[in-house]
Ligand binder design. Structure first.
Ligand code: GLY
Length: 401
């Protein structure tokens, strides 16, 4: 058996239909509504426990995804009373995000975009919420304090300038739309200039020769050039962490969207082709793309990588030539078919999540992460599943990013 799906197997894989996507999204909205009272004042954690999230505080890097789910549910619900209920809950969470940035609660890291784009930027775009706007601008202000001039990047984690953390991570590309949005809103080009410097550094250094990607990239604090790549959540240095590659797919699409640089289309195709060529035959990635067919007994999947990649492909195919657009759109539709058939929550009484079989961080003998959320629902997986279905059903959907 081949380790990964063959070209002809991928070609022959069916795409999701409009009806299947509409039904799946409708069930997601029902799931959101069913547990809304548990998760209005409180937020789900990053990962579920036995497929059920436990309510908790607005902390960590992931709470914005749940508020994003509320906005997606609001946009996709048709009943006016239901929409009002969802809007009220989402706006209550926007207040929480405002308090969080005002009081600087757990914001000493780069994940301001993940937190504030799907929650507060979305609130402003959808309802004109001034609190959402102000909170998101404060978050953008916070994010740019992490800019390192030597190397030209936003430092992901840790004390600014600490040599053991003089690095950026591939995930950060999704934090940058917040900066573009802030420049557009305030007329201050400084946010955008920092975002562009980071994009340039990331694009120049994060993609390896074989088109897989580094999770984290250390820069030389003296010369500002590439020092070395290292994984944190992948299996080992040099292997392809599935979600990192998926962030690379969506990240290069976003990089192109905001900069219009033609060479980023080529980068998008390289990282996406690598991803599509390293999937098992049921199309749901293992947590690291070095695993494949035959590893089912020992290695978990990360379904969230599939839906992040699908969102990136659906974003990028808006700007591709007809042949490429058709290819990557159908790639996204196949990933959606795969997770909808085999990896989503079909019984909303049994789980308060949307997508099963995600993996947050799996410890290996070679990586540096702490094990958490292995083979569970992960909150960004739920969010991006809803976003991908929304994008598929409405290609003109106004994105939060
Ligand atoms: N951004 C962290 C992760 O994808 O787990």
């Amino acid at each position: 058996m081949d380790k990964w799906i063959t070209k002809s197997e991928l070609e022959g894989y069916p795409v999701i239909s409009q009806g299947e996507a509409a039904d799946a999204l409708s069930l997601c909205v029902s799931g959101v509504l069913k547990y809304l009272d548990d998760f209005t004042e409180a937020f789900p954690g990053a990962a579920s426990l036995h497929n059920n999230y436990i309510p908790g505080p607005n902390k960590g890097w992931t709470t914005g995804f749940y508020t994003g789910e509320l906005w997606l549910a609001y946009e996709n619900a048709s009943d006016e009373a239901v929409r009002e209920r969802l809007k009220k809950a989402a706006l209550a969470q926007v207040d929480s995000f405002y308090d969080r940035i005002k009081n600087l609660v757990d914001v000493e890291h780069h994940d301001m975009g993940f937190l504030y784009s799907p929650s507060c930027v979305a609130a402003y775009k959808l309802t004109g919420s001034e609190i959402g706007r102000e909170a998101a601008i404060l978050a953008a202000d916070k994010l740019i304090t992490r800019f390192q001039k030597v190397g030209g990047f936003l430092q992901a984690w840790g004390e600014m300038g600490a040599t053991d953390n003089y690095r950026f991570i591939i995930d950060c590309l999704l934090n940058l739309p917040l900066l573009y949005w802030a420049s557009g809103e305030t007329g201050d080009s400084g946010y955008r200039e920092i975002a562009e410097k980071h994009i340039h550094t990331a694009m120049a250094n994060v993609i390896r020769e074989d088109d897989s990607t580094w999770h984290t990239v250390f820069m030389d604090p003296v010369t500002g050039s590439f020092h070395h790549g290292a994984t944190c959540q992948g299996y080992k240095d040099g292997s392809a962490w599935a979600r990192g590659q998926a962030w690379g797919i969506y990240g290069t699409a976003v990089a192109y969207k905001y900069t219009g640089r033609d060479e980023y289309i080529g980068y998008f195709k390289r990282v996406t082709d690598y991803f599509l060529e390293h999937l098992p035959k049921d199309l749901c990635p293992f947590w690291d793309l070095s695993f494949g067919n035959g590893d089912e007994e020992t290695e978990p999947r990360d379904s969230s990588s599939a839906v992040i990649a699908a969102c990136g492909m659906l974003e990028m195919c808006k700007d591709l030539n007809m042949t490429d657009s058709t290819y990557y759109k159908s790639g996204a539709e196949k990933l959606l078919k795969a997770v909808t058939d085999n990896y989503r929550v079909k019984d909303i009484d049994s789980s308060n999540g949307r997508l099963l079989h995600g993996t947050y961080s799996k410890k290996s003998p070679y990586n540096t992460c702490t094990e958490e959320g292995v083979d569970e629902c992960v909150i960004w997986g739920d969010y991006y599943y809803m976003e991908a279905l929304t994008r598929f059903l409405d290609p003109d959907w106004v994105v939060y990013w």
